[in-house]
Design a protein around this ligand. Structure first.
Ligand code: PEP
Length: 252
């Protein structure tokens, strides 16, 4: 079965008002050009979600993070329903920067995934091992634990979940996993899904993140189980982001 590819740009803590307008316009053009073959989205800082959502038609908008709580005394947090109302229809959950810098545990990530689904947001669930974990051959044990604890079984609507395999050592470092390393973990994730639900294995998109750029996208997207990318740094360069989306559209 051919899965629609997914390319999301994660802008992290970047973007003036003028920059996000320009990036949103380019991402929307890239989404329109890729049409149905690629779901293209961007994840702006929370304060810009509404602005970006008002400026795109073809591209999807994701929150970078949501709270596990719906409302109440949680200063500084963003509720899933609020993100939805502001115009997001997806959210990232469990990005390694959230896990490492802000202490998000597997249990918190699981609660955030549930909160997102309850509100009606699609979820890009980020998983991945550190360099130390890879070096002691714990990659699959870590990734399996992160998915096991975060994804409800059976998952709700399968086209509203993407699993982003993002080796922590490849994020923002310029060091990309080789296509073989990416395919190896992606096929194990696919096997994990297959063991639970054949439909999930066929439909859930497994995307790669970690220093993806216009030069390495072709070989990564050529891997059988790589269904797209979560792009950080290169998504701040509209020409590169558009090239990655075009590469995804041309792949397979
Ligand atoms: C990310 O933030 O999810 C990411 C993959 O970043 P980068 O592409 O910069 O490595």
């Amino acid at each position: 079965m051919t899965r629609q590819r997914v390319v999301f740009g994660n802008w992290k803590l970047n973007g003036t008002r003028a920059e996000v307008d320009a990036w949103a316009a380019c991402a929307d053009e890239a989404a329109a050009a890729a049409a149905d073959s690629v779901l293209v989205g961007v994840a702006p800082p929370a304060v810009w979600i509404e602005r970006v959502a008002a400026r795109v038609g073809a591209a999807r908008v994701a929150a970078q993070n949501i709270s596990e709580h719906a409302r109440g005394a949680h200063t500084g947090e963003l509720g899933a329903a609020m993100a939805l109302e502001a115009g997001a229809d997806w959210t990232l959950v469990g990005h390694s920067e959230r896990r490492q810098l802000y202490g998000e545990s597997d249990a918190t990530v699981a609660a955030k995934v549930s909160a997102a689904f309850r509100a009606g947001l699609g979820v890009v669930l980020c998983v991945g091992e550190t360099l130390e974990e890879r070096e002691r051959d714990a990659t699959w044990a870590v990734v399996r634990r992160q998915i096991d604890l975060a994804l409800p079984s059976p998952p709700p609507s399968l086209d509203r979940i993407a699993i982003a395999y993002e080796p922590v050592w490849a994020i923002g470092t310029g060091r990309t996993a080789t296509p073989e390393q990416a395919q190896d973990v992606h096929s194990q994730i696919r096997g994990w899904l297959r063991a639970r639900d054949m439909r999930a294995a066929a439909q859930v998109r497994v995307i790669y993140g970690g220093s993806v750029n216009a030069d390495n996208a072709t070989e990564l997207f050529a891997c059988e189980d790589v269904d797209g990318a979560l792009v950080g740094g290169a998504s701040l360069d509209p020409a590169q982001f558009a090239a990655i989306c075009a590469t995804a559209a041309a792949a397979r």
